[in-house]
Design a protein around this ligand. Structure first.
Ligand SMILES: *[C@@H]1O[C@H](CO)[C@@H](O)[C@H](O)[C@H]1NC(C)=O
Ligand SMILES: *[C@@H]1O[C@H](CO)[C@@H](O)[C@H](O)[C@H]1NC(C)=O
Ligand SMILES: *[C@@H]1O[C@H](CO)[C@@H](O)[C@H](O)[C@H]1NC(C)=O
Ligand SMILES: *[C@@H]1O[C@H](CO)[C@@H](O)[C@H](O)[C@H]1NC(C)=O
Ligand SMILES: *[C@@H]1O[C@H](CO)[C@@H](O)[C@H](O)[C@H]1NC(C)=O
Ligand SMILES: *[C@@H]1O[C@H](CO)[C@@H](O)[C@H](O)[C@H]1NC(C)=O
Ligand SMILES: *[C@@H]1O[C@H](CO)[C@@H](O)[C@H](O)[C@H]1NC(C)=O
Length: 627
């Protein structure tokens, strides 16, 4: 009796491992972009310190994006002394329910008492400090009791912070909190303290990053003269000095696609899409450049990646319509703080050549920030990236916790001041500044007002119960169920392999579409139902020269990675843009440019992936594309 139940258990374990493996496979397929990794030698900035700590793990591991994380068990970052001893390392209880990369989300450090990480860095100066949290069940602890504060030096970064509520408000289990902190010594002490007003509160932390940056990335000395921060609503400049900590609220690649940390300038920032922050979604246009804006003559090249500057949003082609509305984004922020906005500009539109061609207005929080925004005047030329910083006070009149920080662009109403009635913006970053007490935190600051007050108990119970059903109740049934799933997965895998063979493409070409397949079971079991429904097509090597007339006479531009050609596919029915990458250099892995480099709504495929001559195909668009 006992024997057979043991057998069942080990069989069950095996199946769980297989299931988990398949899930990771699917997740990593989603991360394909990340796997095509940036080679360090092409990055504008290489940080002296890029420390990644996988909390609760005893080994060094590699994440899907190929960053390596070092475990904190027995590591110098987490000295076992004083109160640190009371903390424990733990894995997520039902690890096969993980929704994210297991590094660093699969393990955590937990404690009912205070503990401190001591992280040595090579030099003092400002650092990005990122915390990765994954809200789930650890050691059967109630996830809603993960409430704590985090301090670094004299700064309070988080206070009465609930991992569960923050994750719930964002509709996912994982959250990243990013801070930019001036570090005075060659050591970063990060102290986690459970919230005393919550009974049985505990600290939960899955991953910590400490990344150094150029000292002038966001801070300004008051005597350096240029690039002061415009204090919005008051006709003066503000110099954000290195006595202040920042919390990243939003970082947006406007008009473009998400830029993952490995594609940043070397400091691992993530850039989101902008669509969900637009107040009138259908009105404006996403714009993309065929010419790579990498002339960093006005600003250093580590400020933002080229992919941020090569896409933008403009108001539209209808001059009269443009004058009737403000191109507006709204960002919910905590009341009671100052905020720093960094706006990224680059003139990428074919029509605009000179100062005065496009002059527009910028409003921040309904106050005038710029009356004469002229990107070519500021940057000194077309395709030259530039940025401007602003500081704005957000203090609610009626004691609200949340306010909307609005950013609005207005076409110049006076036609004598501009040739085109239009506006442009390429990227935006919004940071919260610590208050005079050194704190960035506000109690329950993460309860988004849009989300109804969570029925927390209900949510947890439901989660626990369904998970238990799968794992423990009715062993025989569970085994049978998992077995069937595995069989179906195996069939799905075979199908995928078959499809791959049929397509005749090289092994390396991975198409998300294959995982989006007609096998409902693989979807269910992996919990992946919302993969991008990109049209996906592989092109054979022969098709590309045929479509582009052997790359002759129809180059329509040159990007940082090679020429772009016009071509015809589908027997001359569909016009496409083909990017022919420069032959690979001998360094091995090379950065493959963004598949959405040209803001292609649907990228047909990576194609012709023969070692020497990779190319990319996308629908041919004029320089503007309606989004
Ligand atoms: C992890 O890597 C660090 C260096 O990055 C090394 O000092 C440490 O010994 C490694 N730990 C293990 C368990 O391999
Ligand atoms: C702030 O900047 C000054 C020089 O501008 C430097 O001496 C000081 O060490 C910096 N402090 C920090 C915390 O980075
Ligand atoms: C912490 O937040 C909880 C609710 O999230 C609240 O009940 C409690 O009073 C807060 N504690 C403090 C000290 O603000
Ligand atoms: C800018 O230059 C392009 C091509 O060089 C031209 O087609 C366009 O008309 C010019 N725009 C203006 C406003 O002169
Ligand atoms: C744009 O916003 C500003 C500031 O809120 C306002 O003064 C202006 O009238 C708006 N323009 C249009 C066309 O709505
Ligand atoms: C912010 O704007 C959104 C959309 O316009 C709105 O739904 C929300 O209620 C606003 N929030 C606040 C705090 O005003
Ligand atoms: C941030 O906190 C520090 C330390 O308390 C303080 O010196 C600094 O003035 C604060 N910054 C702002 C903008 O209030």
């Amino acid at each position: 009796m006992k024997n057979s139940s043991n057998k069942y258990l080990s069989l069950q374990k095996l199946l769980v491992v297989i299931l988990q493996g398949f899930k990771l496979f699917v997740i990593s397929a989603i991360f394909t972009d990340a796997i095509i990794i940036t080679a360090a030698e092409s990055l504008p900035y290489i940080p002296q310190d890029a420390i990644t700590i996988d909390c609760g793990s005893s080994r060094n591991s590699t994440a899907f994006d190929l960053r390596s994380w070092s475990g904190d068990v027995n590591s110098p970052f987490f000295p076992i002394q004083g109160r640190n001893e009371a903390s424990i390392a733990s894995a997520v209880l039902w690890s096969y329910t993980l929704e994210e990369d297991p590094v660093p989300h699969g393990t955590a450090r937990l404690s009912h008492s205070e503990f401190t990480y001591t992280i040595p860095v090579s030099t003092p100066g400002p650092k990005f400090i990122r915390f990765h949290f994954y809200s789930d069940v650890y050691q059967y602890l109630d996830p809603s009791k993960a409430v704590f504060s985090v301090k670094v030096g004299r700064f309070t970064l988080l206070s009465n912070f609930s991992v569960f509520l923050s994750a719930h408000a964002r509709g996912r289990k994982s959250i990243v909190k990013e801070f930019y902190v001036p570090i005075e010594k060659s050591i970063v002490n990060i102290t986690f303290t459970p919230e005393s007003s919550v009974s049985e509160a505990f600290v939960l932390i899955n991953g910590i990053e400490v990344v150094s940056t150029p000292a002038d990335l966001y801070f300004r000395d008051s005597d350096d003269g240029n690039h002061g921060h415009v204090l919005v609503g008051q006709d003066s400049f503000y110099y954000l000095k290195n006595d202040t900590s920042l919390e990243t609220m939003y970082r947006i690649n406007i008009g473009g696609k998400e830029v993952i940390p490995a594609e940043d300038t070397g400091i691992f920032r993530r850039w989101e899409r902008d669509d969900i922050y637009l107040t009138i979604p259908g009105q404006s246009l996403g714009a993309a450049s065929f010419i790579s804006p990498h002339k960093f003559t006005a600003i250093p090249d580590y400020i933002a990646p080229v992919s941020v500057y090569e896409t933008a949003r403009t108001m539209g082609n209808d001059k009269e319509m443009n004058k009737k509305y403000n191109l507006t984004w709204e960002f919910p922020v905590d009341s009671g703080f100052y905020y720093m906005l960094r706006l990224h500009f680059c003139e990428i539109l074919a029509e605009i050549n000179n100062t005065g061609d496009r002059c527009f207005l910028i409003f921040i929080s309904n106050e005038t920030a710029e009356l004469e925004a002229d990107v070519i005047y500021w940057s000194g030329g077309k395709y030259v990236p530039y940025f401007r910083d602003y500081v704005v006070a957000m203090f609610g009149q009626n004691g609200e916790n949340k306010l909307n920080l609005s950013l609005a662009l207005e076409a110049n109403p006076d036609d004598s001041l501009t040739l085109y009635s239009d506006a442009i913006l390429n990227g935006a970053e919004i940071f919260k500044l610590n208050n005079s007490g050194g704190s960035l935190a506000r109690p329950d600051s993460d309860l988004s007002p849009q989300v109804p007050q969570p029925t927390q108990q209900h949510v947890i119970q439901k989660h626990v119960r369904t998970t238990i059903t799968v794992t423990f109740s009715g062993k025989a049934f569970g085994v049978l169920f998992l077995f069937i799933i595995c069989l179906l997965i195996l069939r799905a895998c075979r199908k995928i392999r078959k499809m791959k063979n049929l397509s005749g493409s090289s092994e390396e070409t991975i198409c998300a579409d294959l995982f989006h397949s007609r096998t409902p079971v693989s979807k269910q079991s992996a919990g992946v139902s919302s993969l991008p429904s990109d049209l996906c097509r592989n092109f054979s090597l022969a098709e590309i020269p045929a479509a582009t007339n052997n790359f002759e006479d129809n180059s329509i531009g040159v990007g940082g990675f090679g020429h772009v050609y016009k071509g015809m596919i589908n027997d001359g029915v569909t016009m496409v843009a083909v990017k022919r990458l420069k032959p690979r250099s001998s360094q091995g892995v090379q950065r493959v440019p963004d598949r959405d480099q040209m803001n292609l709504a649907t990228s047909y495929a990576d194609c012709g992936e023969e070692a020497n001559e990779p190319s990319r195909v996308g629908p041919f668009l004029s320089s503007r594309e309606k989004t």
